[in-house]
Design a protein around this ligand. Structure first.
Ligand SMILES: NC(=O)C1=CN([C@@H]2O[C@H](COP(=O)(O)OP(=O)(O)OC[C@H]3O[C@@H](n4cnc5c(N)ncnc54)[C@H](O)[C@@H]3O)[C@@H](O)[C@H]2O)[C@@H](O)CC1
Ligand SMILES: Nc1ncnc2c1ncn2[C@@H]1O[C@H](COP(=O)(O)OP(=O)(O)O)[C@@H](O)[C@H]1O
Ligand SMILES: [K+]
Length: 463
């Protein structure tokens, strides 16, 4: 997945259509808007083709109309362009664009391929899978191309979920990112966003760059964020989370462990907590800014008892890993979001044990946040952060080297550190730091290596 613009709106196909309708109501014609799309596509294709012959695959709807417009503009600019047509357009503006294209045209089935293939067959209006015949022709034409550029969406990709579709190297998102540009596999390739001057309003966006500030001059280790990490059976997970919290900006991190343990980092305040009542005593402290429970907790009776004590405490919470599985479908009823802030950090499996999500990963996560009253950080190749008010941010360009044991513990520690430190947007800041730290460590990363990479980011938010 490519680097996507930060803080860019993400709209559904329905919202995109409504935004276009508003532009039409303001006096622009569908043809004028299609010409804008054609100009944006032609500009990018000319740059990427760099003189190589171009074949534009044109469908029968609006997407095909964009393709005919781009083909004409590329030809006028001196490029070697041909069109392979799926059939006569049915979309009114596309009919006009097809009539204005006077260059060489072949039926899709008998067209020869070219080094650069522009896929303008189907966009956000596609309703059904390709029939066998055009699908075979498409496979042949794409297989012979050196560069495959999709207009708006790779044809056949579900705009809402990012499932399916042809493999593209570059996708030019028209007017706005849609869920299919940030969700799903990497068949959209490198995503470019073309501005068509269509005003948009959306509660959903890509992750914004956070505002990071040094501790206040009058800070003490306690006011900078006192955090309790509840460790469990798997000792490493708690240490990873607590270490990440220290390097992620918390001032005072206590690791509560069921056994007496020692070791680095020595800045960590280790407390032996033999049972649930010892944990309750530790948590009876007004100075605690947040509690993290779940990494390495286990799922036995002792774990259940520790979780119950944490839930009975008044503190803001980050709940991860095994604690999410223990909560399961009862999550909303048990976490007490009427009296504190709660952040849930599930991966896909943990999410499905808690919530019966509907629709795309974005819609399902937004639904989970609304139902539970918590901010839900639904991890994976695209990490979707949804808060109970309906605001969603998506981090879609994290390194796939993050698919490695322990990186989730690091993220949970970071969310907890930012929450304890009073960050207004702890989830967003944590996910951003996590992604940037992974990028800095690079190929073959292990969770431990991310931790020292965090601190420099606190000081240099622009890297
Ligand atoms: N309305 C406009 O003036 C604008 C349209 N835009 C473009 O228009 C697209 C949306 O246009 P449409 O709503 O026409 O939708 P599409 O062009 O995505 O597809 C709908 C058309 O494809 C046909 N179709 C659907 N499934 C098919 C299949 N499996 N095999 C063959 N044909 C199939 C339909 O019968 C219909 O003609 C956007 O993605 C964007 O590219 C942009 O240019 C912005 C301006
Ligand atoms: N393919 C991927 N691309 C980018 N990030 C990924 C990918 N797979 C997992 N991640 C990220 O790695 C982390 C893994 O968390 P998790 O599954 O809880 O692991 P663990 O429990 O072992 O720490 C999450 O932040 C997740 O978003
Ligand atoms: K397309």
């Amino acid at each position: 997945m490519s680097r996507l613009p930060a803080g860019a709106p993400i709209v559904t196909a329905a919202q995109m259509r409504a935004a276009e309708e508003a532009v039409f109501a303001g006096g622009a014609t569908p043809l004028a808007l299609m010409e804008r799309a054609g100009v944006a596509v032609a500009r990018q294709v000319a740059r990427l083709a760099a003189g190589r012959p171009i074949l534009v695959l044109a469908g029968t709807g609006g997407n095909g109309g964009d393709g005919y417009a781009a083909a004409r503009l590329l030809r006028e600019a001196g490029c070697d362009v041909r069109v392979a047509s799926l059939g006569p357009p049915t979309h009114p503006a596309a009919m006009t664009m097809a009539a204005r294209w006077t260059g060489p045209t072949w039926p899709l089935a008998s067209a020869a391929s070219a080094p650069v293939v522009v896929d303008a067959l189907l966009g956000i209006g596609a309703a059904r899978p390709f029939a066998a015949e055009p699908a075979a022709a498409l496979d042949r034409l794409l297989a012979l191309a050196d560069l495959r550029i999709a207009v708006d969406l790779p044809s056949g990709r579900d705009p809402g979920t990012g499932e399916g579709g042809i493999q593209a190297d570059v996708t030019i998102a028209l007017g706005a990112l849609k869920p299919a540009h940030v969700l799903g596999d990497d068949r959209a390739g490198h995503v470019l966003l073309a501005d068509l001057s269509i005003p948009l309003a959306s509660d959903w966006s890509t992750l914004s760059r956070p505002t990071l500030r040094p501790p206040r001059r009058e800070a003490t280790k306690f006011t900078r964020g006192k955090l309790v990490v509840v460790g469990g059976a798997m000792a490493g997970a708690g240490v990873l989370a607590a270490s990440a919290a220290l390097h992620g900006g918390a001032g005072y991190v206590i690791l509560a462990e069921p056994e007496r343990r020692d070791g680095a980092p020595h800045a960590l305040v280790r407390r032996h907590v033999a049972d649930a009542s010892a944990l309750a005593t530790l948590l009876a402290d007004d100075g605690i800014g947040a509690v993290l429970v779940g990494p390495g907790l286990g799922r036995d009776e002792a774990a259940q008892a520790q979780l119950a004590v944490v839930l009975a405490s008044p503190h803001d919470l980050v709940i991860d890993g095994d604690a999410l599985t223990l909560l399961g479908r009862e999550v909303g009823a048990r976490i007490g979001t009427d009296r504190r802030r709660v952040f849930l950090t599930p991966h896909g499996g943990e999410f499905s044990r808690m919530f019966t999500g509907h629709g795309s990963k974005i819609a399902a996560t937004a639904g989970a946040a609304a139902a539970s009253g918590a901010t839900v950080i639904h991890k994976g190749p695209a990490t979707v952060i949804a808060d109970p008010s309906g605001r969603v941010q998506v981090a879609a360009d994290a390194s796939s080297w993050l698919a490695s044991a322990g990186t989730g513990d690091v993220l949970a520690g970071l969310v907890a550190a930012r929450l304890a430190a009073g960050d207004e947007h702890p989830a967003e800041t944590a996910v951003w730091l996590h992604g940037r730290a992974a990028a800095r460590v690079g190929a073959g990363l292990i969770a431990d290596a991310m931790i020292p990479a965090l601190s420099p980011l606190l000081d240099r938010p622009s890297t």
